[in-house]
Write a protein that binds this ligand. Structure first.
Ligand code: 26W
Length: 828
């Protein structure tokens, strides 16, 4: 601890950007002392984490200032990623990795006598997203910075992110996510960057001094949006882009009128009311909750972001008609789709542009990415609700629709059915606004997130739009960042790969292909197996810590981690577990290899079936794990509170990746890519990006099962009868009967009845139809695992051929096809 004495503090070194071991020690001590007001002997773990975080932040800010100065000077065209969710995960380790200073900082902390892992672990992750869509946004900001693309992410600074999940008696319980409790060293609040956002009220139509017809919106309420900026550093480049998250605040902290009349409570109430807009993330990952607050959140984000962009545009452009030259705006699903109407309002009402040129600017600005085909997840807002929150935007949407319908009628005379299908307004039931239609009409580019998904969009969900404007449709298959999901999470595999083929792959993931030749080398396969084994040991230790369940690191780790949803079919996985269990009971000598089946994931708090499936997993685990007769040959574990941080401890240890959704339901999936990048083999259906992953890694290195999209549709058309499968498949019957008879619920036949009834009744996701194919495929998995050389070779080839699934490739596609934006180098 000799270095820790205060007199050794190198005051003059504050603000240094150096990254040597000595630099980190100095910066750490300086920050501990001057930023946190602590000295090492009594500093808490959190103080130490914050001191290191602030040391990293200094180095980020250095790059950040240079980046914004460069963009300003070059008047760079900028991509703006609008997203209601950014599921970032912890910053500290990732920033150190991207800075190229991970090892130095680690060494510095260890030389000061601290456990580096404990420091990293102290960080509370910003869980400002539900799942795939939010995590994708986070991968994309990472890649935009890495590719040196001038880009900004705009989102909402929720005070409470996705809930923390705890498990009580096998049931999910939701706990508020107080992620800001101990402070957030990564953000810079910008109180002077504040936007005023209107809500409610009415409109007035008038003629201006030039005799032009104009509309003015008189909102009933005003809310202020305050920018909070987080620097996003690229990998080994000087680019540090900005993620700008908006927090809602009252315009005035007190209404003095009410205050003076003695209504103190009423005055404070208004302040509290305004702040609720950014209070909490809606935890639904599908299925609409037509809540006014959610619409207010969406509009709040969009209005703050567009006003901010307009302000910046006008710093250099003579007028707002140049907006689309300065900005390419990408709508991450329909959550920010009201941007189409808001940009029109700004251009027409606020800046006095005529409708046609304003519409041209709007269409040339916006791009729309669709992330789901599930009908229940396609956003619709009841007209009445929409009007009460955004009366002017409703008028604008009606006008957009009127002109659009005229265009449709001109193209397809007399085709009223088509008009009805295309309209922005759904007239069935109570009238509502189809946000996906608004996004399509108001954008120059529309894309799906995997080849199959984009095809289904073009030929089903958005078919009429594709008929009209085929040139607007694109596919951009999703990708994930290999920085966080390989290098940071799996240092063992990272080192093995770099030792074998050099580290060129860290900048160009396609170079992983050099591993192909290595797959044939016995010694390399040995080394690979031993790294995977170590990863399983670490994973087993984590499982023990989180669940108390012991697992065998020699066993096959079969993993399904993702949100809980019936279409993702965690219950199909459970049926396989029960089938295996029954086989082991019948014949303890049967040839199934030892398996550890791991689950993790959250269910939407109101999604009863998903929650019951979580309970079923725990119930089955309880029986299976405690049955001495099967002597540990099968283990089941549910790791609670799946989030980015926990996921980083899961991907490396997996051997088998479960991607078993009903074909046609999973838009892409991104976990599938993270697993394969870490050398897991996939068991999966031909759904989402699984199709492309299989093509890339080779059919012989992928376990395919189940119906195709066409087969699913055909079966449904022929009238699907799940009961027939139950009747004719003995093992399936035995598995379902065990659930129904209470074998996993102490004889209680009621507990899991909703699952049993659902499967035997309508089985909307065709679990029973795919059961036999899945079981047979799992048997193939078991046999392949028994041939370690073959398995290892396939594992290596999965990694060697996964390069195209980096988010760098995806961002490259967006830049080339949709945004037309080029990199801008930031000098040292
Ligand atoms: C209106 C409620 C709601 C909230 C969120 C509906 C839908 C969503 C998201 C679109 C759900 C989501 O995360 N979709 C996932 O997006 C990923 C990134 O593109 C894909 O990989 C997943 O397949 C898709 O389910």
């Amino acid at each position: 601890m000799a270095n820790l004495h205060l007199q050794n503090l190198p005051m003059a070194e504050s603000g240094s950007a150096g990254t040597s071991v000595e630099d980190w020690k100095k910066a750490f001590l300086w920050n501990l002392y001057y930023v946190l007001g602590r000295f090492p002997e009594t500093a808490s773990l959190n103080d130490k984490y914050l001191a290191l975080a602030h040391s990293v932040r200094e180095r980020l800010l250095d790059r950040w200032v240079k980046t914004s100065e460069t963009y300003y000077r070059k008047k760079a065209r900028t991509a703006c990623y609008l997203s209601a969710e950014f599921l970032l995960g912890p910053h500290l380790g990732n920033n150190l990795l991207n800075l190229g200073a991970y090892d130095e900082a680690k060494q510095a902390m260890e030389e000061l006598g601290f456990n580096f892992e404990d420091l990293l672990d102290q960080e509370e992750e910003p869980g400002l997203g539900n799942g795939g869509l939010g995590r994708l946004a986070a991968c994309y900001v990472d890649s935009m910075a890495t590719l040196e693309i001038p880009a900004v992410g705009h989102g909402i600074r929720y005070e409470f992110g996705i809930f923390d999940q705890v498990i009580r008696d096998g049931w999910q319980v939701e706990i508020a996510d107080k992620w800001l409790r101990l402070g957030n060293p990564w953000e810079i609040p910008r109180p002077e960057i504040a936007m005023t956002v209107g809500l409610g009220g009415h409109t007035e139509h008038y003629t201006d001094e030039n005799g032009r017809y104009r509309v003015r919106w008189i909102p009933q309420r005003l809310v202020k949006g305050i920018a909070h900026d987080t620097p996003i550093l690229g990998f080994r480049v000087n680019t540090a882009n900005m993620l700008r998250l908006w927090r809602a605040e009252a315009v005035n902290s007190f209404d003095f009128q009410s205050f003076n009349t003695g209504d103190y409570y009423g005055a404070v109430e208004e302040k509290v009311g305004s702040e609720t807009i950014s209070k909490v993330l809606y935890p639904n990952d599908s299925g609409l909750e037509g809540k006014q607050l959610r619409l207010e959140q969406q509009y709040f984000l969009v209005s703050c972001a567009l006003q901010d962009m307009m302000r910046i545009t006008l710093q250099t452009a003579p007028d707002p008609s140049h907006f689309h030259e300065k900005y390419a705006v990408q709508l991450n699903d329909t959550h920010p789709a009201v941007a189409v109407a808001e940009l029109m309002r700004l251009l027409v009402d606020e800046y006095g542009m005529d409708w046609e040129p304003a519409w041209e600017v709007t269409r040339r600005t916006m791009g729309y990415t669709n992330h789901t085909l599930l009908p229940e997840a396609l956003e619709k807002w009841p007209i009445g609700l929409f009007e009460s929150v955004l009366p002017r935007h409703l008028e604008i949407i009606f006008e957009i629709n009127r002109r659009f319908i005229d265009e449709v009628r001109a193209r397809y005379p007399g085709d009223d059915e088509r008009v009805r299908r295309l309209s922005l307004i759904d007239e069935t039931g109570g009238r509502s606004i189809r946000m996906a239609h608004l996004a399509c009409v108001g954008s120059h580019a529309i894309n799906g997130v995997a080849t199959l998904h984009s095809e289904l969009l073009k030929h089903e969900v958005l078919r009429d739009f594709n008929d009209m404007w085929p040139e607007k449709f694109f596919n951009v298959t999703n990708g994930v960042t290999p920085r966080r999901f390989l290098m940071l999470t799996n240092p063992g595999l990272t080192k093995l790969v770099s030792d074998a083929i050099g580290d060129g792959w860290t900048r160009d993931l396609d170079k992983l292909r050099l591993l192909e030749a290595k797959a044939d080398e016995l010694a390399f396969r040995d080394a690979w197996r031993s790294v995977k084994r170590q990863c399983r040991e670490a994973f087993a230790a984590e499982i023990l810590k989180k669940t108390g369940i012991t697992t065998d690191p020699a066993s096959l780790f079969d993993v399904q981690v993702k949100r809980f949803h019936e279409y993702k079919r965690q219950h199909l996985n459970v049926l396989h577990i029960i089938t295996l269990y029954h086989r082991l009971k019948r014949d303890p000598h049967c040839d199934a290899p030892a398996r550890t089946v791991v689950f993790a994931g959250k269910a939407a708090p109101g999604y009863m079936m998903a929650k019951l499936i979580i309970k079923l997993i725990h119930a089955v685990a309880d029986i299976v794990n405690n049955d001495r007769a099967i002597a540990g040959r099968l283990r089941v574990a549910f790791v609670p509170d799946y989030n980015v941080k926990n996921s980083q401890r899961i991907f490396p240890g997996a051997d088998l990746s479960e991607q078993i959704s009903t074909a046609g339901k999973e838009a892409s999936g991104t976990g599938n890519m993270k697993f394969a990048m870490n050398g897991a083999l996939t068991i999966g259906t031909l759904d989402g990006a699984n199709v492309e992953i299989r093509d890339a890694v080779g059919a012989e290195n992928f376990f395919l099962f189940g119906m195709t999209v066409d087969e699913v549709q055909r079966r449904l058309a022929e009238c699907y009868r799940p009961y027939e499968h139950y009747r004719s498949d003995e093992e399936l019957k035995e598995a379902i009967d065990a659930i129904a008879d209470g074998a996993f619920s102490n004889g209680d036949r009621e507990l899991f009845r909703p699952i049993v009834d659902n499967l035997l009744g309508t089985d909307p996701y065709m679990v029973l139809a795919d059961y036999r194919s899945y079981i047979d495929c799992q048997d193939k998995v078991g046999r392949a695992w028994r041939e370690p050389e073959r398995w290892t070779r396939a594992s290596i080839l999965n990694v060697a051929r996964i390069g195209q699934f980096t988010s760098d490739r995806a961002i490259g596609d967006y830049c080339r096809d949709i945004w037309h934006i080029n990199p801008v180098k930031v000098a040292e």
